[in-house]
Write a protein that binds this ligand. Structure first.
Ligand code: PEP
Ligand code: MN
Length: 360
């Protein structure tokens, strides 16, 4: 991995006074559509105009993109509006065509990041480029796979790198199209604090009415930018219709979103953050303390069970606890999903402790 400072200069060089905004349609559909959206975004906070040319669709039979033809439309966008251009590349041929058409920013999609072979092919094709390359998180919540892609590109001497957080697919039902799993993005940010981190609220939510809130959360977490799908007629978009917003809405959002960094001086911000982090540390230590105490009680129960020769797992009692905790959790604004996961983990640890006692 290169020195992370080298990784970040492209964003600093833009000298923006607000987070980076990349916007444009999910897919380029027609020349008119592309140009109309670009003109509506021209005098806004948007720096890069995005449009998918090759669309990786999960199921066949859907619109799969206009192909290389769309690259000419993006060139027109740049010539007419001055916006820089961005598109997704998924193999060597895409990279070569995008470079030939002088696309400014290339991103690797979530379905490509999962494949080390594809990522390596793209890295080899881009070797030494000074274009900006952004890597979307893989579809599955696997930080190593995401980092691996950053490393492959970095090793190919690509300096202007960044990552896009677009959420993760789950089998379980969720209000999101792709669960944000914010902790994964935060972990990546902690490991590479200078690697620009962009949020993609469109693919996280899958619904336009949730886009604003996800943008705000991302900015509260110090993300460096947003990539937002934008179409003048979202409902009739050829792909991802439900999640796109109009250029007018996007411009309003850029005005309404709170950029925490700017609302306070750097010093105030730092001391406030330190204070809040200290509170988190205290709370974490209390949690560990409490868990340790709980385990001691579990062990005492284990000893009692051993004496009476009773089974460790008492499912009726356990289900009662879970039900009660879910209700209690609600009062503390903790989701059922979280409470279930948390208490399952605690319960497993208790069982392990009790088993040790029974064995002894
Ligand atoms: C897209 O940006 O339109 C796209 C296909 O995104 P993802 O790779 O995140 O699914
Ligand atoms: Mn899309």
């Amino acid at each position: 991995m290169q020195n992370s400072k080298e990784l970040s200069t492209w964003l600093d060089d833009l000298k923006l006074e607000h987070p980076l905004v990349i916007a444009g349609p999910c897919s380029a559909e027609t020349e008119e559509q592309v140009l109309k959206i670009a003109h509506e975004l021209k005098d806004s906070d948007v720096s890069y105009f995005r449009a998918g040319i090759w669309k990786p669709r999960t199921r066949p039979g859907n619109f799969e993109g206009v192909g290389a033809l769309g690259l000419k439309w993006l060139q027109k966008v740049k010539a007419e509006t001055g916006l820089k251009t961005a598109t997704e590349v998924a193999n060597r041929a895409h990279v070569e065509l995008a470079l030939e058409h002088d696309i400014d920013l290339l991103w690797i999609g979530a379905r490509s990041t999962v494949s080390p072979f594809i990522v390596q092919e793209i890295a080899d094709a881009l070797e030494g480029t000074d274009k900006i390359v952004l890597i979307k998180n893989p579809v599955n919540p696997d930080l190593a796979l995401w980092l691996g892609a950053v490393e492959r590109l970095s090793s190919a001497n690509i300096k202007n790198l960044g990552v896009i957080h677009r959420g993760f697919s789950t089998y379980e039902k969720s209000k999101y199209r792709n669960n944000p799993e914010w902790q994964l993005a935060i972990e990546l940010q902690t490991r590479f604090p200078d690697l620009p981190l962009i949020n993609d609220p469109s693919h996280i939510t899958g619904r336009r009415d949730m886009v604003f809130d996800v943008c705000q959360t991302a900015l509260d977490l110090n993300f460096d930018g947003l990539m937002i799908e934008t179409h003048y007629d979202p409902d009739n978009a050829w792909s991802d219709a439900a999640q796109q917003i109009t250029p007018k809405t996007l411009i309003q959002y850029t005005k309404d979103l709170k950029i925490r960094k700017e609302s306070t001086t750097e010093a105030d911000y730092t001391s406030e953050l330190q204070n809040l982090r200290a509170q988190i540390d205290v709370a974490d230590n209390q949690l560990l303390d409490t868990l340790g105490k709980r385990m001691k009680v579990a062990e005492a129960i284990g000893a009692l069970k051993k004496e009476k020769n009773v089974a460790v797992l008492q499912s009726k009692r356990w289900n009662e606890i879970l039900g009660k905790m879910v209700l209690e959790g609600e009062q503390h604004n903790l989701s059922e999903e979280f409470i279930l996961k948390l208490f399952k983990a605690i319960h497993q640890e208790s069982i392990n402790h009790q088993k040790q006692i029974l064995k002894s």
